[in-house]
Design a protein around this ligand. Structure first.
Ligand code: C2O
Ligand code: CU
Ligand code: CU
Length: 494
């Protein structure tokens, strides 16, 4: 199932969704009698995440830093029952503008390239009804959410074209920045690439006393890369994450954002399929206050941070140290991606306290498991494997007792050729205990649900599996890897 045909199907189905898709590998392989050695090499190269070593693609003249960064609209509940906020989102093809003055076909939540933001509150459940208006089946996953199995977006639990499904979220975990994205079996890479992603901010009354920047100074920023043709239309080319050299910031290439001389909280999300972002603001320091699963115990002063696919960082930048008229660039190693324009003086009463929020106690682990991530490159098409086998919905890799605290030692065994991997577990937030073969990273701090695992190294994480029974997946979060099999599952039992 997860072979050559699977990859072809993923692209072809999207092509059928009225999207013009010059999908390089699909057409070139289809016209050739057999896959040539060079095509195989290109496919392998396409599995290596973009690390920003190549400069960003040039934009048409006069289109850089001309548009204000959109802030995805916060969705209004369709119904606010006493105990639940209900929302409706249509999954639909749409024409969007990614580079000013151009248009592109996309797959969207609610007609916009970054879907509407759901603003939830700890302790108050949310129900989102998605209606599928595209020609593929979909499955919606709330990434980082502590979610019951029936609403977790299991890859085989599909919402067929024309159908609706209501997903419910209890919001019992601590405040954090989550994001929702497609997870349909074998299709998540193309669906997410074409735009099926949005933010879900879980606000926490327990944070109120910290007096962090809030309101209009609490800004979610989703960053992803795409490859565009000359007309600004998205190209999905499986041969080259390296060719995805346009970085979109909240769905627009190189926007500006006007700020006042005060502190801002930015919730950064890397929603790219296969990219490691190395972000900085010209060497100036900023405070990291949170990671994937919520606040850090204390703010950390940083001048650079690294976000692999699906990772998040909550940061505070204080613009009071800049003179009016200053332009501050948020840069990746590939180039400038966002310009902050300091345009107004304002007084600021918000704070970044020296103590934020203690991490939950780790507990005593009762089980240690090994997870190996590796490609099988021996066939015509690469197959992603966990512990030696591609994902099989009928195979349970691990049976986990509800309430258990476990250590998972996750290794990246792709050293020849070397391929980077990223590891994500559904249902839980974990803490990174140690790394073997590479140093611990400042980015490993706090509650995490996704970590980078460089080739030939391993990482030990610890998590506690509370509340929900049933089947949940874990996988490499480079979505071209999970889509070709690099995924396993665990079943939580009572
Ligand atoms: Cu964002 Cu299964 O993941
Ligand atoms: Cu997830
Ligand atoms: Cu991988």
């Amino acid at each position: 199932m997860l072979n050559r045909r699977r990859l072809f199907t993923a692209g072809a189905v999207v092509a059928g969704a009225a999207i013009a898709v010059p999908v390089g590998i699909l057409s070139s392989s289809a016209s050739a009698e057999s896959t040539t050695a060079s095509q195989e090499r290109q496919l392998r190269d396409g599995l290596e995440p973009n690390t920003g070593t190549r400069p960003l693609a040039a934009q048409p003249a006069g289109t850089t830093f001309t548009e204000s960064m959109p802030i995805p609209q916060v969705l209004a509940p369709s119904q606010a029952a006493p105990n639940t906020d209900s929302y409706q989102i249509d999954i639909t093809p749409a024409t969007v503008q990614l580079v000013p003055g151009t248009s592109s076909s996309a797959l969207t939540y609610g007609g916009v390239f970054i879907g509407p933001t759901i603003s939830a509150t700890v302790g108050r459940p949310v129900a989102v009804t998605y209606t599928n208006h595209i020609s593929d089946p979909v499955s919606v996953h709330l990434h980082g959410g502590h979610t019951a199995a029936a609403s977790d977006g299991y890859p085989m639990d599909l919402v067929q074209p024309g159908q609706s499904r209501t997903y419910t979220y209890a919001n019992t975990q601590q405040g954090c920045t989550l994001w929702y994205h497609d997870h349909a079996m074998g299709m998540e890479a193309s669906h997410v690439y074409y735009g099926l992603h949005g933010m879900y901010v879980l606000r926490d009354p327990a944070e109120a006393s910290l007096n962090l920047p809030g309101g209009n100074q609490d800004v979610p920023i989703m960053i992803r890369d795409v490859q565009l043709d000359d007309t600004g239309n998205i190209i999905y080319n499986l041969e080259g994450a390296e060719d995805r050299n346009t970085i979109l910031v909240n769905g627009v290439a190189t926007p500006f954002f006007q700020v006042a001389t005060r502190k801002y909280r930015f919730r950064l999300v890397n929603s790219a399929n296969e990219r490691i972002l190395n972000l900085s603001i010209g060497g100036a320091s900023f405070s990291q206050i949170g990671s994937d699963g919520g606040l850090l115990p204390a703010p950390v002063s940083r001048t650079q941070l690294t976000l692999g696919s699906a990772e998040r960082a909550d940061i505070v930048i204080d613009f009071s140290k800049y003179a009016l008229g200053t332009q501050v660039f948020l840069t990746d190693t590939s180039g400038q991606i966002l310009r902050f324009d300091v345009v107004r003086s304002e007084t600021d009463t918000s704070t970044v306290p020296s103590t934020l929020r203690a991490l939950p106690k780790l507990g005593t682990p009762t089980v240690t498991r090994q997870v190996s991530m590796k490609f099988d490159f021996s066939g015509e098409m690469p197959v992603g494997m966990i512990n030696g086998a591609a994902f099989d919905p009928d195979v349970i890799n691990f049976t986990v007792t509800r309430g258990a605290t476990e250590i998972w030692e996750v290794s990246n065994d792709d050293t020849d050729p070397s391929v980077d991997h990223s590891f994500h577990i559904h249902l839980v937030q974990f803490q990174v205990l140690s790394r073997t073969g590479s140093p611990m990273l400042p980015d490993d701090a706090g509650l995490k649900d996704t970590v980078r695992v460089p080739p030939g190294t391993s990482v030990k994480v610890q998590a506690t599996f509370t509340d929900y029974l049933g089947k949940f997946v874990f996988h490499c979060h480079y979505l071209e890897h999970s889509s070709v099999g690099m995924m396993g599952q665990f079943q939580v039992v009572a």
